[in-house]
Design a protein around this ligand. Structure first.
Ligand code: NAD
Ligand code: 0WE
Length: 277
């Protein structure tokens, strides 16, 4: 993959914030980090457990990060330690990026009705939706001058995508959480938005059974007739997290080449993608 370049500027100069969800250099959270850093942001990073530290620490250090901590969003003690350390180091913060999702692999293949267990449902909603509420509450406590928060979602919340299953339900909850958080935090000058990205080849998208078909179908169907670039997602995050996003809150913003807007795609590219002549 070609190295991404972001124009430099000072849209985030003097702003400090937390990015949760970097796993490696292909992570959406990492593209957002690079974009924000190029605009002068100071960023704290979390990684999920020691196994991830080996990849995340060097990336975070390359942007001059001082706060780089392990955090499992299901573990209250690790959330306490993380936000305690930020309070200690910074006192205040300006932004939060939540780019975390998980459902058991067994939940993400086959039919929704047969695959979705009580435990699988609980885990998906806990890690993928409640964790944003928890992180938002803890972050807002340090945003006395206002702030901005962004989470990552996917169209599978609004419409059925094969195999996405309980993750679609979790993303629907996450988008509703975004609206309720926006209402609660609006009076305090804190905006809360979601970015609905089209499919991108990250660790979380690796090993999707129908991945090849999905990327081809997306490309053929999208208005732009291209798959989604990380640059566009990072650019939307910069807009929402900087003063450019003033007055935008409670929104789910699609960055998917216009896939969400199409009911019926043009015949040519679709036939080509499905191998029909
Ligand atoms: P990724 O694998 O790089 O990021 C997912 C992150 O979630 C990882 O860093 C992982 O460590 C973290 N995570 C999972 N469980 C956790 C836990 N218990 N505690 C703390 N962290 C945990 O993949 P990505 O595609 O960059 O995913 C980031 C976000 O973007 C997710 O919310 C995903 O649903 C969303 N999204 C992805 C796509 C896509 O096609 N890749 C499209 C739309 C939305
Ligand atoms: O939100 C996601 C994926 C999130 C995700 C990924 C995994 C893989 C590893 C959540 N839980 C897990 N659990 C694991 O064990 N996306 C938007 C990417 C994605 O995942 C799909 C998709 C798309 C798009 C799964 C099925 C169908 C489409």
């Amino acid at each position: 993959m070609a190295k991404r370049e972001y124009p430099s500027g000072n849209l985030m100069a003097g702003k400090r914030g937390l990015i949760m969800g970097v796993a490696n250099k292909n992570s959406i959270a990492w593209a957002i980090a690079e974009q924000l850093a190029a605009q002068g942001a100071e960023i704290a990073f979390t990684y999920q457990g020691e196994a991830m530290e080996r990849r995340v620490r060097p990336l975070a250090e390359s942007l001059g990060a001082k706060i780089i901590m392990s955090c499992d969003v299901t573990d209250d003690a690790s959330m306490d330690a993380l936000f305690g350390a930020i309070k200690e180091e910074w006192g205040e913060m300006d932004f939060l990026v939540h780019s975390v999702a998980f459902a058991g692999r067994d939940q993400l293949a086959g039919s929704f009705i047969d695959q979705t267990t009580r435990e699988g449902f609980k885990t998906a909603l806990d890690i993928s939706a409640y964790s944003f509420v928890d992180a938002a509450r803890r972050s807002a406590a340090m945003m006395s001058e206002g702030g901005s928060m962004v989470t990552m979602t996917y169209l599978g919340s609004e419409r059925v995508v094969p195999n996405y299953n309980v993750m679609g339900v979790a993303k629907a909850a996450l988008e509703a959480c975004t609206r309720y958080l926006a209402a609660d935090l609006g009076p305090r000058g804190i905006r809360v938005n979601a970015i609905s990205a089209g499919p991108i080849k990250t660790l979380a998208a690796a090993g999707i059974g129908s991945g090849r078909h999905m990327f081809r179908f997306n490309k053929a169907t999208a208005a732009m007739q291209e798959n989604t670039d990380l640059e566009g997602v990072a650019g939307a995050a910069l807009y929402l997290l900087s003063s450019l996003g003033t007055s935008c809150t409670g929104e789910t913003h699609h960055v998917d080449g216009g896939f969400h807007a199409i009911a019926m795609p043009q015949e040519g590219p679709l036939k080509a993608s499905l191998g029909i002549d």
